[in-house]
Design a protein around this ligand. Structure first.
Ligand SMILES: [Zn+2]
Length: 395
């Protein structure tokens, strides 16, 4: 196949495509060519080694972390990412990073910022339990009760959030709650999702336990982030409603799978309470992963990078999905066409005339060996080559 790229878009595709005489010809023979990968769940301003001191870092330092993360992501073939929790508790660093990419000030994937994770006080997005009792900083993303919730959602939207993310259940990494807890009432969740909808924004909860996921479904969430303890009945509801799941299996299912592997947990460098919570819920997580693999729920690719090191290639999520029973083609679609559809970005995630020229290539066939997705050696975003210089120009 030949693909003609003009001004950042795919202008023609076919066995033989007519091209202008001065076109640069690249030969990607021996490679699988795919739409640029989309990671719909990253935290570019977070790093595991700073997780417990996130309040002590300046917005400038968080921006530097973001610049580094975006460079790594693009190099690995991710041409679009959605950041689902700005760790700048006072400002809006991920919006700044998105603007910097858009204007070509820094190199990185298209960045779709969801702003801060909106959370109840004491919930998954409240950092105060990590601090000494007499240190009570102001945090711009905490909201209890419908009035505060409306205000915070509108504030995030006004600052450039393109998605609204909220803490729909407790988490594994937050010290003061449990993944099965549901901090928001049905009324609060419905107001949160409804306020976002009125502003033209989709919303999704960070949610593990079944009850939190169910409330989010009633509220009209477009997707569930994680969703790793969903019962088969809840997965069926998601299937019927066409709600997406972003199962972040490398971050969650792997930890449940390796719950007895001391070396893995030593390397992970997580506090003891994290492993204790995984031990409590490992069976529920593994059962749910099995049910997801046999379901028809729409799966969108997400890594949760930032909660673990960006030194690890996020494309490892493909292999983890396949290990957990998800068909290779479904895993590849999760990071391309399905992710583009979830993000309401029909111009992304497919190779077709008129779509963005976000194109990656890898040496081998990912349907036979999914790990070749970790060996992307050609990256084009919006018609600009960021990695690889394949073949000599042809006459
Ligand atoms: Zn996350």
């Amino acid at each position: 196949m030949e693909i003609l790229v003009v001004e950042g878009k795919i202008a023609a595709m076919g066995k033989i495509v007519e091209h202008p005489a001065n076109a640069r010809v690249l030969d990607l023979g021996g490679h699988t060519v795919m739409p640029g990968f989309i990671d719909t769940h990253v935290h570019v301003t977070l790093r595991p080694q700073f997780e417990d001191m996130v309040f002590n870092l300046s917005p400038a330092f968080k921006a530097l972390l973001g610049v580094e993360a975006l460079g790594i992501l693009l190099n690995n073939g991710f041409t679009t990412v959605r950041d689902v929790a700005d760790m700048d508790m006072h400002g809006y660093t991920t919006m700044d990073l998105a603007r910097a990419v858009e204007h070509g000030i820094i190199s990185g994937p298209r960045l779709i910022p969801a702003g801060h994770l909106i959370s109840t006080r004491g919930g998954h997005g409240d950092g105060t339990p990590l601090l000494a009792a007499d240190n009570q900083p102001w945090q711009n993303s905490l909201a209890d009760g419908v009035d505060e919730i409306r205000k915070v959602v509108r504030q995030e939207a006004s600052r450039g959030a393109q998605w609204i993310k909220f803490g729909g259940t407790g988490g594994f990494s937050s010290p003061a709650d449990d993944p099965a807890q549901v901090p928001y009432s049905q009324e609060e969740m419905s107001v949160l999702v409804g306020t976002a909808r009125d502003l033209g924004l989709a919303a999704s909860p960070h949610a593990y336990g079944d009850e939190g996921i169910r409330r989010a479904l009633v509220a009209g969430a477009r997707a569930i982030e994680h969703g790793n303890m969903a019962s088969s009945d809840t997965l069926r509801q998601m299937e019927q409603k066409g709600v997406y799941i972003v199962p972040t299996q490398l971050a969650v299912v792997r930890q449940a799978r390796l719950i007895d592997d001391d070396a893995f947990w030593k390397d992970a460098g997580k506090p003891a309470y994290v492993r204790a919570k995984y031990r409590k819920y490992s069976k529920a997580i593994l059962d749910s992963a099995k049910n997801l693999a046999t379901s028809n729920v729409k799966i969108a690719f997400g890594t949760d990078l930032g909660t673990y090191s960006f030194a690890q290639n996020g494309a490892g999520e493909f292999k983890e999905m396949v290990v957990n029973g998800i068909a290779p083609i479904r895993a590849l679609r999760a990071a391309t066409s399905v992710a583009g559809e979830m993000l309401n970005r029909g111009d992304l995630g497919v190779l077709a005339v008129g779509k963005a020229a976000d194109i990656v290539a890898m040496p081998g066939d990912p349907l036979r060996d999914i790990t070749v997705t970790e060996k992307v050696d050609f990256v084009m975003k919006g018609g600009v080559i960021h990695k690889g210089n394949p073949g000599a120009p042809k006459p």
